[in-house]
Design a protein around this ligand. Structure first.
Ligand code: PMP
Length: 375
């Protein structure tokens, strides 16, 4: 374990130390925060605060290039793929994807697995005909639809999935096969939580605020053959070809968020890389799911076991009227931000990369004690 450990999920409040389980933004590793503190006033001998580095300076370009190099190494990104740093969140990518990838075609395929799929579909409908090739809406988003049964459209420009549905807590276990149609994945909530075979994808995008640092940065990994044919109305900042040409510096980028992502990539590398991180994430989620299963119905997870997310564990109390009491008692025990997404309700524990295993253990322990007291 490198200096500082992993526990910035542990927050300090006037009442008690604790862990924050928010789905919206992940914690940052202690080691990363310590480094930021050291470099805040003078970033690596450049005589300027990292907050004030001009994006045009060599110092910033070096930081950005280092971040890309770490990311390429972590994911073993093959030649033929470009890494872009963009803005506007994953929501901007909901538009950028059709604008860049339709290439004159009129249809795109989307798999509907819940809240974020619906958002991506609604935005894409502004630009093309969306074919929803599979949906788990009928079963209350309790699974990822079996890819062998997707009604694939060979003429689609691309096939879009949400690799992890943050609101409903379901996650693809493996990469689905979309045949010759380029696979596009929104990985905002599970990017860098496990190894990936990049060559299976045409394009991947992810907002940084859950597993890579702070809001303001979106990472895009795109296969080169998909570049350079954006619709003429595409805003330049959303045009992947333009961004590639300018090494993501077409306009002022979110410099601090890029610097921070670079530090997180370096930290992930020091942890042993994505295989090690994935193992830790598996253990964290397994601990919470075990507490649910062992509760004899006091808690229940609406998602089928094989599709349960390892990063957003969603569950409900059988007696739903106890949910506010559960959330309040959890907060008093230093377990923060556990309310479910407004569209799903219930409880949601987000276990992003920088959540230490002690955090999952503390929550499981609390759940067991709460069930014992209220059964
Ligand atoms: N996709 C997924 C899977 C998400 O979880 C989120 C945010 N929670 C978004 C897209 C939207 O991200 P942003 O608010 O950064 O646009």
């Amino acid at each position: 374990m490198p200096e500082g450990g992993v526990s910035r999920a542990r927050t300090r409040s006037s009442r008690c130390a604790g862990f924050q389980f928010s789905a919206a933004a992940g914690p940052l590793p202690d080691a990363v925060l310590d480094r930021v503190q050291r470099e805040l006033r003078d970033c690596r001998g450049n005589g300027a605060s990292v907050l004030a580095l001009p994006f045009t300076s060599k110092a910033f370009r070096d930081l950005a290039a280092e971040a890309v190099a770490y990311l390429r190494a972590l994911l073993a990104i093959p030649d033929g793929y470009r890494v872009l740093f963009m803005q506007g969140g994953a929501s901007a990518q909901f538009a950028a994807v059709p604008l860049n990838l339709l290439h004159g075609r009129s249809t795109a395929s989307y798999v509907d697995t819940g809240h974020w799929s619906a958002k991506a579909i609604a935005e894409a409908r502004r630009y093309c005909t969306v074919n929803v090739v599979a949906s788990s809406a009928a079963s209350g988003y309790d699974r990822v639809p079996d890819s062998a049964r997707w009604m694939m459209d060979a003429g689609a420009a691309y096939c879009h999935i949400i690799s992890n549905e943050t609101a409903h807590g379901l996650q693809y276990r493996s990469t689905p096969d979309s045949g010759d149609v380029p696979l596009v994945a929104d990985m905002t909530s599970d990017f860098l939580t496990r190894p990936l075979e990049i060559a299976r994808f045409g394009l991947i995008y992810a907002g940084a605020q859950k597993n890579m640092g702070i809001a303001g940065l979106t990472v895009v990994i795109v296969r080169e053959d998909l570049l350079g044919r954006a619709h003429p109305c595409t805003p330049s900042v959303l045009d992947y070809g333009v961004q590639v040409k300018h090494s993501s510096l077409y306009n002022t980028p979110p410099t601090f968020a890029i610097y921070l992502a670079g530090l997180v990539f370096e930290w992930l590398h020091a942890q042993g890389g994505l295989a090690t991180i994935a193992e830790s994430n598996r253990r964290k989620s397994a601990r919470i799911y075990a507490a649910i299963e062992r509760s004899e119905g006091f808690y229940r997870c609406p998602v089928q076991p094989q599709w349960r997310s390892q990063v957003n564990v969603c569950f409900r109390l059988a007696n739903e009227t106890l949910t506010p009491t559960f959330l309040e008692a959890a907060q008093c025990a230093g377990l923060f931000q556990l309310a479910g997404h407004p569209s799903a309700g219930g409880v949601r524990a987000s276990l992003y990369n920088a959540m230490p295993e002690q955090g999952a253990e503390a929550l499981a322990h609390f759940m067991e004690a709460f069930a014992a007291r209220n059964a």
